[in-house]
Write a protein that binds this ligand. Structure first.
Ligand code: GDP
Length: 424
């Protein structure tokens, strides 16, 4: 029934498919939980009988606990995208453009000092948190956090570059376009790849559960070795990661370069080669939907203007095409992240549900077998008892007859004696 309902969500709304998948899985696990509870109840009621072994009871209890853990886990599951690139290539601007809001600080000179994770919050007011420390920090600190974290006089603990600052942004803000956060997308902004070579710990700590990687490149220059190295490590550690490349600041290139189409072709050739041949993360056919030439600044400003937050939006010649290209990127990105998250996150839960159902079936079957054995044993005992009883009855009948005969005889003898005495 739930699966049928999920078909309402069409391919045009890939982000919603993740939520639907979560709901369907929630229903499946809810039913599974009820069934396990029922079985546990039945096993409790028949406690006096020994055909449910302690191991079988324990197995059902273990399944009940796993179900609870898995249900808690997938309520927290999300779709995760990680942004990489050199400092000032426009990572924060791109994220803000996708959120239709200036959530992250951006601008020349600002250096993201640690990983910044933007996620949706049910609260009306946003807040910050250091990794899994539950203490809420005022959102105002976001712009200053770089200094605060390295300031010895600050209340905040010192944090390394691979540490995580979580930015909880209200899902229900007046920004009706906050679709990404409303639909469980979590966005991670990284320190510039030029700042630190600690890629392995970055990947292990923050990227193993990422569904999509976006490399924000500067269209005015080529990929650096640092950028390439990072993705080479990612491709080694994760099997076939989904990588998008945004050639950002394409407005600046277009304005300054005469033979812009040639430059674009050159970039395309290099990026295709990088994704298909070096990283081997996509095919020749897929690669066309992975590389985009955009201006995040134009898109962000246009979106802020559309919401009435700024009077004027920066636009260079040819902005319309770049805006369409950005939307095209978002379409492919949403489809990719939703497919990947459903595939990797929910298929595992689905497989676990199948395993548990299989175990329950075996458990129940062996209890039924031992119950049937007991029944046939009882039946044998009953047959035996009936036979003995029948024998008894036969014996009793014989005894009764013999007794009656004897009394008859006795009575006759007494009668005769009495009569004889009488006539004497
Ligand atoms: P980050 O360090 O990668 O997060 O880069 P930021 O997002 O902070 O951007 C650095 C600077 O580049 C900011 O001043 C942005 O306004 C500017 N910028 C970002 N994207 C673009 C773009 O597409 N075109 C132009 N012209 N400037 C941009």
């Amino acid at each position: 029934h739930s699966l049928k309902n999920s078909r309402r969500v069409t391919d045009n709304e890939p982000l919603l498919r993740f939520r639907e998948a979560k709901k369907v899985l929630g229903d499946v696990y809810g039913e599974l939980k009820d069934n396990v509870a029922e079985l546990e109840g039945v096993y409790k009621e028949i406690k006096e009988n020994d055909f449910v072994s302690p191991e079988q009871r324990e197995e059902i209890e273990a399944i009940r606990d796993s179900i609870k853990t898995i249900m808690d886990t997938f309520q927290r599951d999300n779709m995760k995208v990680v942004f990489f690139g050199r400092t000032s290539n426009g990572k924060s601007t791109t994220i803000n453009a996708m959120l239709h809001e200036k959530v992250l600080p951006q601008g020349m000179g600002h250096t993201t000092c640690c990983f910044l994770q933007v996620e949706g919050s049910e609260d009306e007011v946003g807040h910050l948190q250091l990794d899994d420390n539950p203490q809420k920090i005022d959102m105002k600190m976001l712009g200053k956090i770089g200094h605060a974290l390295s300031d010895e006089n600050s209340d905040l603990p010192a944090m390394g570059q691979d540490s995580l600052l979580r930015v909880f942004h209200p899902k229900q803000s007046d920004n009706g376009e906050c679709r990404l956060l409303q639909n469980d997308v979590v966005i991670l902004d990284s320190p510039g790849v030029d700042l630190s070579p600690e890629f392995d710990s970055w990947i292990d700590k923050h990227c193993l559960d990422a569904d999509v990687f976006v490399l924000v490149s500067n269209a005015e220059s080529t990929l650096t070795q640092a950028e390439k190295n990072f993705f080479l490590r990612v491709a080694k550690k994760l099997s076939k990661p989904n990588v998008f490349i945004l050639n950002n600041r394409w407005d600046a290139s277009a304005a300054e370069t005469e033979n812009i189409e040639d430059v674009k072709k050159q970039h395309l050739t290099r990026f295709r080669q990088f994704l298909v041949d070096e990283l081997e993360v996509c095919s020749e056919r897929e690669v066309n939907d992975r590389i985009f030439f955009v201006s995040s600044r134009e898109v962000l400003e246009a979106r802020l203007k559309a919401r009435g937050l700024v009077q004027k939006a920066y636009q260079a010649e040819g902005h319309g095409t770049r805006a369409l290209e950005f939307q095209n990127f978002e379409r492919h990105f949403e489809k990719c992240i939703s497919q990947s998250a459903i595939h990797t996150k929910f298929e595992a839960h689905n497989r676990r549900a199948h395993e548990m159902i299989g175990k329950m079936r075996l458990n129940l079957n062996s209890v039924l077998t031992s119950a049937a054995e007991q029944r046939s044993k009882l039946q044998n005992n009953l047959n035996e008892a009936t036979r003995t009883f029948n024998e008894c009855r036969v014996n009793f009948t014989q005894f009764e007859k013999a007794y009656r005969d004897q009394t008859e005889q006795l009575r006759a003898e007494v009668h005769l004696k009495v009569s004889a005495d009488f006539f004497e």
